[in-house]
Design a protein around this ligand. Structure first.
Ligand SMILES: [Zn+2]
Length: 320
């Protein structure tokens, strides 16, 4: 990690032990400057990478990362923590959902990126360099400006069973109610898993809002994970969480107005109506049902919906 940082962080070479370095990481070939804090612990240990704001409208995670960057004391740290807060500052300032303003791409759909691609692809590539140097990767998300959700955690199953198991157990330490595995190829945690770095993508907060209570919960959750790697001192809290079989996402087949028929965190039955899309005259254009029994993990909260947008996700309960 230290060597990668020395090559890719401004002032990285000055980051001796028991120090905190802050500044901006320039993404080559783009106008993007990612704010970062690099905490070099007083003692040797694991290299942790924390990113927040891959999606610019997910506020609790971004404020969590800003506060952690300020509050973690390097004299108490074993190893290193690189925090990027946020990864996508232009999307944050533009108050954009899902996408970045330079190329209209969803950053979490272009990993591992490329050094010669569009702006989002180059950001992904830069983050992927740090993923490769990290022992563990925490990617902090939440419901976007137009999404409601119940807190949950996704880990990647792409790096083989041993890596997936390490990620699954660490995911549970956040204490969010649901944990689910993913085989997504182009997301942040999938790219990390494929180069041997375990991690997770956490989801807390929703609908373009944030508050101190959510941020405190998010910070405590992240610190609990850092404790489990002995990067920060203290006792690890164990939590009872529900491990889900998989997540099924329904997507919109037409543009129009979205009317959900279920509530967040509700237990739904296979075939139960999730909602419908109507046109501007109130005529139903499409109707959507649950493909399996499960829990409603997230729901789009905006009336507006466009074709191919996610509508709702069902977390399928494990057979017992
Ligand atoms: Zn997100």
């Amino acid at each position: 990690m230290i060597q990668i940082l020395q090559e890719h962080l401004p002032n990285g070479s000055e980051a001796g032990s028991n120090s905190k370095t802050r500044g901006f990481i320039s993404v080559p070939g783009t106008p993007v400057e990612m704010p970062f804090t690099f905490i070099h612990g007083a003692m040797p240990g694991k290299a942790m990478l924390i990113t927040a704001g891959v999606h610019g409208g997910e506020y609790p995670c971004i404020e969590t990362a800003i506060q952690l960057a300020n509050e973690i004391d390097p004299s108490q740290v074993k190893g290193t923590i690189l925090i990027i807060h946020p990864v996508n500052p232009a999307a944050f300032l533009a108050r954009m959902q899902y996408y970045g303003p330079y190329d209209g791409k969803n950053l979490n759909r272009v990993f591992p990126g490329t050094a010669t691609g569009t702006v989002s692809e180059r950001i992904a590539y830069q983050v992927h360099l740090f993923q490769q140097a990290a022992d563990f990767y925490l990617d902090l998300h939440g419901g976007d400006i137009h999404e409601g959700l119940v807190p949950f955690v996704i880990y990647s199953q792409l790096g083989g069973p041993e890596l997936a198991e390490q990620s699954r157990l660490a995911s549970a330490l956040l204490g969010f109610p649901y944990v689910v595995g993913s085989v997504s190829e182009n997301g942040s945690i999938g790219a990390a898993a494929k180069v041997g770095t375990p991690g997770f993508l956490a989801e807390l907060g929703q609908c373009g809002r944030w508050n101190a209570g959510e941020v405190d919960q998010y910070k405590a959750a992240v610190l609990n994970v850092l404790r489990s790697f002995e990067v920060v001192p203290g006792e690890v809290q164990l939590h009872d969480v529900e491990f889900l079989e998989k997540m099924l996402v329904s997507t919109a087949s037409v543009d129009g107005c979205w009317y959900p028929a279920v509530e967040l965190d509700a237990l739904v039955k296979k075939g139960q109506k999730l909602g419908e899309i109507r046109d501007f005259f109130g005529e139903v254009k499409a109707s959507y049902v649950a493909d399996s029994d499960g829990i409603v993990l997230y729901l789009v909260s905006s009336l507006a919906i466009t074709t191919n947008d996610p509508l709702a996700a069902i977390g399928v309960l494990k057979e017992v």
